[in-house]
Design a protein around this ligand. Structure first.
Ligand SMILES: [Zn+2]
Length: 109
């Protein structure tokens, strides 16, 4: 996966197409990402059944950012500010792999 936590991404498919946000969480196992203020779901929390749990769980509507497929988002390049495809480049000296913007060719990290 070419997306990392803290990246800014743009949603290119699905209900939230066109939205942009920061990646809060990456879930490599399912190839999903959680993006701030994207894919907002509402969950109805029921009244807790026992006295003890009533102190912990508040009934009502909870909003949360649901994971969406990483294939529905594209990285927004910090240099050219476009939603871009990502390439990889290995640094000959350190042996570390860097992400490269395919649009402006600059190193992303
Ligand atoms: Zn770029």
């Amino acid at each position: 996966m070419d997306i990392k936590r803290g990246d800014t991404v743009k949603v290119v498919a699905g209900n939230d197409r066109g939205k942009q946000g920061e990646v809060l969480r990456v879930i490599p196992e399912t190839n999903r990402v959680v993006v701030q203020s994207v894919n907002i779901r509402k969950k109805h929390q029921k009244q807790a059944q026992t006295q003890a749990r009533q102190g912990q769980i508040k009934p009502g509507i909870i909003q949360f950012d649901a994971p969406l497929s990483a294939s529905n988002v594209m990285l927004v390049c910090p240099h050219c500010h476009e939603a871009v495809r990502v390439g990889h480049q290995r640094d000959a000296d350190t042996g570390r792999s860097h992400r490269v913007c395919r649009n402006c060719q600059s190193l992303i990290d």
